[in-house]
Design a protein around this ligand. Structure first.
Ligand SMILES: NC(=O)c1ccc[n+]([C@@H]2O[C@H](COP(=O)([O-])OP(=O)(O)OC[C@H]3O[C@@H](n4cnc5c(N)ncnc54)[C@H](O)[C@@H]3O)[C@@H](O)[C@H]2O)c1
Length: 299
C-alpha cells in the first residue's frame, strides 16, 4: 500500500499542542496537509506559531486548527473527529494518537493515593491510542477511504523499570496493539504503524523536576523533536515501501540510516545513543520510602 499523499491529506493529532506532536503537526502542514490538534491546551509558544502560520496561509491553503480535547474522555475524542469533518469537509486520513504523560514515582504506580484517577497514565498512554484507532477505523470505513494511523511508543517498550512501571507497561501495550493491527491493511487499506523514540527534549522530560534530575547533562543524549517529526513523516509517507503496516520504528539517532525496525523476536534491545537516562534509579530511593510507609513505618 502506498504511503499518504500529504498535499491531499487531512490529519488529526492528539497531544499536538506540544513537543514531538507539535513538531509533527508543523511538518505535515508544511507538506500541504490540513491539521487538527486535539489536546487539553496549546502551549503559548505553540499558539503563537500556529497564529503566525495561519495568518501567512492563503484563503484556500492548509490550516492548523486547535480543538480542546481530553483524550481520556471518549466523547471528546469523537468530537475531535467531528470537528475535523466540519472544519475540513472530510474524514481524517492521517491520525496520530500522540498524547502521552510520563511517570515520576511521586505520581505513578507507587504513589497511588488519588483514588479517583485510577492509574490515569494508562487511560492517556494506552486506552486513548486504542480508542482513537477504533474511532478512526470506523470513520474511514464509513467514508470508504484508506488511511494511516500512527502511534508513539518508546524504547521503554523494550525494557522494564521499577521506577516507571506503568509508563513501561503502557508503551509495551501500544507496541503489541500496533503489531496486532498489521493485518488491517489487507482487510481495508488502513495502515497502522508506530514510532518508538529514545529520549527527546520535550516538556514531558524537561519540565518535571524529578524527571529532569534523572538526566546526566554531560552524558545523556536528547534528540530534538524535529528528528521525531522527520521520522513520523517518513513512516506516514513511506516513500520507499520501507515501513509496512505493523512497523515499530526505533528512533534514537538523527539520521534515517540509523533508525531501526524493531523485530518481534530476537530483539537485542534499544540501540543508538539517545537511550540512556543515567540517574533514573535515583527514583528507587523514593520507592523505598513508600514501602517503609506501606509497612507501617514513619519516614
Ligand atoms: N520525550 C520523550 O523523551 C519521549 C520518548 C518516548 C516517547 N515519547 C512519547 O511521545 C509522545 C509525546 O510526548 P512529548 O515528549 O512530546 O511530550 P509533551 O509533554 O511535549 O506532549 C504531550 C502532549 O500530550 C498532551 N496530553 C497529555 N494528557 C492529555 C489528555 N488527557 N488529553 C489530551 N492531551 C493530553 C499534553 O497536553 C501535551 O501537549 C508521548 O506519547 C510520549 O510518551 C516521548
Amino acid at each position: 500500500m502506498p504511503g499518504a499523499t500529504l498535499p491531499n491529506a487531512t490529519a488529526l493529532i492528539t497531544g499536538g499542542g506540544s513537543g514531538i506532536n507539535f513538531a509533527f503537526a508543523r511538518v505535515l502542514h508544511e507538506r500541504g496537509c490540513n491539521v487538527l490538534i486535539a489536546d487539553l491546551r496549546l502551549r503559548p509558544d505553540s499558539k503563537a506559531i500556529i497564529d503566525t502560520i495561519n495568518a501567512a496561509t492563503s484563503a484556500n491553503g492548509p490550516r492548523i486548527v486547535f480543538h480542546q480535547t481530553d483524550v481520556t474522555n471518549w466523547t471528546d475524542l469523537e468530537n475531535a473527529f467531528d470537528r475535523v469533518e466540519t472544519e475540513f469537509g472530510t474524514t481524517a486520513d492521517v491520525v496520530c494518537a500522540g498524547a502521552g504523560i510520563y511517570e515520576p514515582p511521586a505520581l505513578g504506580f507507587w504513589a497511588d493515593v488519588d483514588t479517583d484517577s485510577h492509574y490515569k497514565i494508562l487511560d492517556v498512554n494506552l486506552l486513548h491510542p486504542i480508542k482513537t484507532t477504533r474511532i478512526a477505523v470506523r470513520r474511514l470505513q464509513r467514508a470508504q477511504k484508506p488511511g494511516h494511523i500512527l502511534h508513539i511508543a518508546s524504547v521503554a517498550a523494550q525494557t522494564a523499570s521499577l521506577v516507571t512501571p506503568l509508563y513501561q507497561a503502557s508503551k509495551h501495550g501500544v507496541v503489541s496493539f500496533v503489531r496486532g493491527m498489521e493485518g488491517l491493511q489487507g482487510l481495508c487499506g488502513i495502515r497502522v504503524v508506530c514510532v518508538a523514540p529514545g529520549s527527546v527534549a520535550t516538556p514531558l522530560l524537561m519540565e518535571e523536576p524529578q524527571i529532569q534530575s534523572w538526566f546526566d547533562k554531560g552524558k545523556d543524549i536528547l534528540l530534538d523533536p524535529a528528528v521525531l517529526a522527520k521520522a513520523m513523516l517518513a513512516l506516514v509517507e513511506d516513500v520507499d515501501d520501507k515501513y509496512p503496516a505493523g512497523t515499530i520504528l526505533e528512533v534514537t539517532e538523527n539520521e534515517e540510516e540509523m533508525w531501526r525496525r524493531v523485530p518481534l523476536y530476537d530483539n537485542p534491545g534499544p540501540q543508538g545513543r539517545a537511550i540512556s537516562v543515567s540517574n533514573k534509579d535515583d527514583g528507587v530511593k523514593q520507592i523505598r520510602e513508600i514501602l517503609f510507609k506501606d509497612a507501617g513505618g514513619v519516614v
